[in-house]
Design a protein around this ligand. Structure first.
Ligand SMILES: [Mg+2]
Length: 337
């Protein structure tokens, strides 16, 4: 048994609580280990639950991106977990730990960002808790969602042969973060602002999640918070499968390409390993791929990006020109061409 939390790690801590000591769940379809917990709801429905905590000094700085965007983002990333199960937002609860020296204007701007995001995606705030904090602010959001019974999409349902699709291009959020960390990267102001927005004001793909869930199109789904390859890895682990990703098929937006040129980076680096994209990544049986592409185009006006295939062999391989390699430690192999 390890003695300190650093050694135990995030997944060790989760396992500690996952293991035992709690009554076995009744009427729960999934507990710890997916984007949301799934509970049996009223007849024909299931209830989704997700919770997320943000700490000052760990997840945000008071002098950082600003309270309005913090409010927006804290709700948006939680909504993205509902989207990843195919659910619709139902209710939000907010717990706040507030130090006495926090200006009221800060809290007011935070509220405005949260409220604008809530109005945009149609989720009411129904309660919570407030308490005084000693030094740093803490906020914890819990969301409930609903999904027709049997239509919820888990990480674990991918089958070998399924196609892997991306709900929108990735990488711009990581590029925005890179600009925060290194403001000397030379980009015109409109590009800079667009990338910072991609990082600070993510848009959960709730409509896409619901479309895939109601159409029974997705066999497995996740939202990209840790980076495309890592989150694909979570689908593979839970589905006991592997994946092949064709690098030529991974979309790179013109904006990301301009950033990569200015930063002297390979644009596939942020696209594959960046994180905080909150795009949906999902698997579709091959015979239904066209139907999924067409439904997204027709009903939502968006283009889906098929990037690879689920395989029997565990692990992820990246391919270019018929050559396949394992990703390196950072999550991405640089091919020399
Ligand atoms: Mg998630």
């Amino acid at each position: 048994m390890v003695d300190n939390l650093e050694e135990l790690g995030e997944f060790g801590i989760i396992d500690l609580f996952r293991k035992s000591g709690f009554p076995p769940p009744e009427d729960a379809w999934a507990g710890i280990g997916d984007d949301c917990a799934v509970l049996e709801g009223p007849p024909g429905e299931r209830i989704l639950v997700t919770t997320d905590m943000l700490l000052e000094g760990v997840h945000f700085l008071r002098g950082g991106t600003g309270p309005y965007l913090l409010g927006w983002k804290s709700l948006a990333v939680n909504l993205s977990d509902l989207a990843a199960m195919g659910g619709r937002p139902w209710a939000a609860f907010l717990a706040l730990g507030l130090p006495r020296d926090l200006p009221v204007s800060y809290l007011e701007d935070f509220r405005k960002g949260l409220a604008d995001c809530a109005a945009r995606y149609g989720i009411p705030l129904l309660g919570g808790d407030t308490t005084a904090a000693r030094k740093d602010a803490a906020l914890c959001l819990t969301l409930l969602g609903r999904v027709p019974a049997g239509r919820e999409v888990y990480r674990s349902g991918a089958d070998p042969g399924d196609r892997i699709l991306l709900g929108r291009p990735t990488g711009e959020s990581a590029a925005g973060l890179a600009l925060v960390l290194d403001p000397s990267i030379d980009l015109p102001d409109p590009d800079r602002e667009a990338l910072l927005l991609a990082h600070n004001k993510p848009e959960p793909q709730l409509d896409l999640g619901a479309l895939l869930s109601l159409g029974g199109l997705a066999t497995a789904m996740i939202d990209i918070s840790d980076g495309l390859l890592r989150d694909l890895g979570h689908i593979c682990e839970e589905s006991q499968a592997g994946a092949r990703v064709e690098l030529e098929k991974v979309p790179v937006t013109p904006l990301l390409a301009r950033f990569a040129a200015a930063a002297k980076k390979d644009p596939l680096d942020p696209a594959l390993a960046g994180g905080e994209d909150y795009a949906l990544l999902f698997c579709v049986p091959p015979q239904r791929e066209e139907e999924a592409l067409e439904a997204a185009r027709r009903d939502l006006g968006i283009r889906l990006h098929p990037i690879g295939t689920v395989t029997d062999d565990p692990g992820i391989l990246l391919g270019r020109n018929g050559e396949w390699r394992k990703p390196d430690r950072t999550g991405y192999t640089h091919f020399r061409t």
